[in-house]
Design a protein around this ligand. Structure first.
Ligand code: AMP
Ligand code: ZN
Length: 469
């Protein structure tokens, strides 16, 4: 099946042609583990999951690599501010390693709850310092670096195509379009590859290097690790649109300067989640986590469903009314699937016929045409509402669609009850209490649920519940 993707290189939708027909190389910029991911970050990971699942649906095997940044990402993307990890460690009285371990686990818990398929390789920056040093050495040998104030910088003026993807105007920049902070830089676009001295001298995490004890810049991490796991030429690189002008621009410059070759063929960027018309950001103090939504009685998959309702290249405004609408739509979807399961056995995807096959084809065309999830969801509803399609065909088709949508329709039981938000909140509270071994609180929640007519049972696969008739 043909896949079409919007490529930021060229700003157009292009037919996807992988370098190697059988396996696609996909690199996604991962979290900086100094705090919880906010639901804006998670929107980006849901979009990347949709991309991966769509490629697999189209028949490709995907070598999906994601970094975990635990050093070098400063509070400003352009070498200003301080290391986010060390700042968080100082504020919480923990070591950077403890901070990283805690938030890495929290991140993967969120990913699992959203039914995002984990990357084949999740590579941690502090475990790849050797690869970063080797890459900086290569850049040095090729004449792309200079040392100033003790730090090693990439000299953007030496890389002819600098800023091409971001459509940066080099001339304007030289004339001082930007406020310069780091006086060691020859040019505002230059960036740090390796920090040794300057204002970051007291950094806790430091490693030996040919340039002295220090630590890597954030951009070099992604280049070094993606090249290690995917080679110096691979298919797709993803992230949020905020990474286009600095992080990805710098990644391209250093990777292509080192190899002398084009690095990545398709750059796919997701738009932002907005809160009350503002960008959701940790620094703006207006960020929500997945756990906040769960504490309010939503399920993680309600948020996934909400994300699928917007095209990944459009901004999406978050508010609780829209999340309620997503939750209700998902409840009625689960209800429909539950009824279908009690009526019939699913037809295998390859054996669909007639109208079900037509709708399935439309679904595939839309999702593989630059991941049009809103149109794909519309096809799913058209299928479920169609009076003339047999239950077995409907069920077969909707389960096939769910390979891409990832709404865990395979897990819907034929008699699973619908719960209200309050009931769901109690179940979530009970699970949280059990996880922290607060048995008294867990029992209290169970008794309350019982008084509401809900029987909770603990199984190897987590809690299951039944409504008393
Ligand atoms: P960070 O942990 O800050 O490096 O961000 C992780 C990912 O989330 C990156 O791909 C960012 O581009 C993306 N991101 C950050 N803020 C938002 C937002 N408000 N909406 C969607 N994606 C975001
Ligand atoms: Zn990156």
């Amino acid at each position: 099946m043909e896949v079409r993707l919007h490529n930021t290189l060229g700003r157009e939708i292009q037919v996807f042609n992988p370098i190697n027909k059988s396996e696609v190389g996909l690199y996604c910029c991962g979290p900086t583990v100094y705090n919880y991911a906010h639901i804006g970050n998670l929107r980006t990971y849901v979009f990347e999951d949709l991309l991966r699942r769509s490629l697999e649906y189209a028949g490709y095997s995907v070598n999906h690599v994601m970094n975990v940044t635990d050093v070098g990402h400063l509070t400003g993307d352009e070498d200003d501010g301080e290391d986010k990890m060390e700042k968080s460690a100082r504020e919480t009285g923990k070591t950077p390693e403890e901070v990283a371990a805690f938030y890495t686990e929290a991140f993967f818990t969120d990913i699992d709850r959203l039914n995002i398929v984990r990357p084949k390789t999740a590579c941690v920056a502090t475990k790849h310092i050797g690869e970063m040093i080797a890459l900086i050495k290569k850049l040095e040998e090729r004449g792309f670096t200079y040392t100033s104030g003790g730090n090693v910088y990439f000299d953007a003026s030496k890389f002819e195509r600098y800023g091409e993807m971001a459509l940066l105007d080099r001339q304007k920049l030289r004339n001082g379009a930007r406020i310069e902070i780091d006086t060691n830089k020859k040019n505002p676009r230059d960036f740090v590859l390796w920090f040794t001295k300057s204002k970051f001298e007291n950094h806790i995490m430091q490693w030996d290097s040919p340039w002295g004890k220090g630590y890597p810049g954030w951009h070099i991490e992604c280049s070094a690790m993606s090249i290690k796991y995917l080679g110096d030429q691979f298919d797709i690189h993803c992230g949020g649109i905020d990474h286009i002008p600095v992080h990805h621009t710098n990644e391209i410059a250093q990777s292509e300067a080192a190899s002398g070759k084009k690095w990545v063929n398709y750059w796919v960027h997701g738009e932002f989640l907005l809160m009350d018309k503002q960008k959701m950001a940790k620094s703006a103090g207006n960020f929500l986590t997945l756990q906040t939504l769960i504490d309010k009685g939503y399920e993680a998959l309600d948020y996934r469903f909400f994300c699928l309702g917007g095209h990944y290249r459009s901004q999406l405004v978050f508010n609780f009314d829209s999340l309620d609408a997503a939750r209700n739509a998902r409840l009625s979807l689960n209800q429909r699937v539950s009824e279908l399961k009690s009526e019939a056995e699913p037809v295998a995807a390859g054996n669909l016929t007639g109208r079900a096959l037509e709708i399935m084809d439309k679904f595939s065309k839309d999702i593989l045409n630059d991941l049009n999830a809103p149109k794909a969801l519309a096809s799913m509803w058209a299928l479920l509402k169609d009076q003339d399609i047999a239950a077995s065909e409907k069920l077969g088709a909707v389960l096939e669609m769910d390979r891409v949508l990832g709404l865990q329709l395979d897990k819907v039981e034929s008699d699973s009850p619908e719960l209200t938000k309050e009931e769901m909140a109690l179940i979530n509270q009970r699970e949280a209490a059990r996880a922290s071994k607060d048995w008294a609180k867990a029992d209290e929640a169970r008794d309350k649920l019982l008084s509401m007519g809900i029987i909770v049972k603990d199984t190897a696969n987590g809690s299951q519940w039944k409504k008393r008739l």
